[in-house]
Ligand binder design. Structure first.
Ligand code: SAM
Length: 263
């Protein structure tokens, strides 16, 4: 995959000369492609298909050879916050089909190391090592540690449990995955390292935030433009890892809290 220079990292669909997006559905104009209901296709499948066909990130992902439109979410987070340094060791949790890992490999460069983990098998990607493991299984940390071959600079988690249709259940399951990702991050990150995890808007995240504030110098919430507005997803981004928290410092309220901002 070709590497793009920093500064023109391209975390989004191409712009027209006039500066607007080439695709109309980012501008609020009506969708271009209308999909008719077909026999045997459910209304929700028709809606999904219509959304895919009109999504500029889907088209741009295909053009650039990204395995998933979600690659742009990480690219945009990194464009904004410069999380992926050259030569970085990056862990990508919930990596299938590999879009985030592609971005991490591009940006960490040939001397970087990317270890992707997922419940599902992932098609090989030059520059990345993929492990098939369940992050809710405590044994996964050992496998990742061995594959990393040194402390990590960045732990990413785009893990999402399959949606149940019940918002509170989905939220709690996503927080549980983010907590598992944080436990891994606390075990493998080098001091000064960073952490990104998907969460869903809707409360019940206080424990995770308290732990993040204890372990990192700065914690913020970011919703990258490629994350669909109608989706409750957003990302917690924590930077400046302080080192593994001593078991005794279990009371986060005892520490001075750093900033927690939404962007
Ligand atoms: N970031 C990926 C990309 O750009 O290609 C997309 C990730 S997808 C939204 C979420 C992934 O989380 C799924 O592939 C799912 O299998 C994975 N996942 C969910 N629970 C997991 C768990 N307990 N352990 C490992 N992976 C998990």
């Amino acid at each position: 995959m070709s590497r793009k220079p920093r500064g023109s990292r391209g975390g989004g669909p191409a712009k027209s000369k006039a500066g607007g997006s080439k695709s109309s559905n980012l501008t609020g104009r009506p969708l271009k492609v209308r999909v008719r209901n077909a026999k045997g296709r459910s209304v929700s499948s028709t809606r999904w298909l219509q959304r895919q066909l009109n999504d500029p990130y889907v088209a741009e992902a295909q053009r650039r050879g990204y395995r998933a439109r979600s690659a742009f979410k990480l690219a945009q987070l990194d464009d904004k916050l410069r999380l992926i340094k050259r030569r970085a060791r990056v862990v990508d949790l919930g990596a299938a089909p590999g879009g985030w890992s592609q971005v991490a490999v591009e940006r960490a460069g040939p001397e970087g190391r990317v270890v992707g983990v997922d419940l599902q098998a992932i098609e090989p990607l030059p520059g990345a090592v993929f492990l098939q493991a369940d992050m809710l299984d405590p044994k996964a940390a050992e496998l990742i540690d061995a594959a990393l071959d040194g402390p990590a600079d960045l732990v990413l988690s785009d893990m999402a449990a399959p949606g149940t249709g019940h918002a509170q259940t989905d939220h709690l399951r996503t927080v549980a995955l983010a907590e598992a990702a944080l436990a891994l991050a606390e075990a493998v990150l080098a001091e000064g390292g960073g952490f990104v995890a998907k969460v869903l808007q809707g409360g019940a995240e206080a424990k995770l935030l308290a732990r993040l504030k204890q372990s990192f110098a700065r914690v913020r919430h970011v919703k990258p433009p490629a994350s669909r507005a109608e989706s409750a997803e957003l990302y917690v981004v924590a930077t400046g890892f302080r080192g593994p928290p001593p078991a005794a410092a279990a009371d986060p309220a005892a520490r001075e809290g750093p900033s927690d901002s939404s962007e």
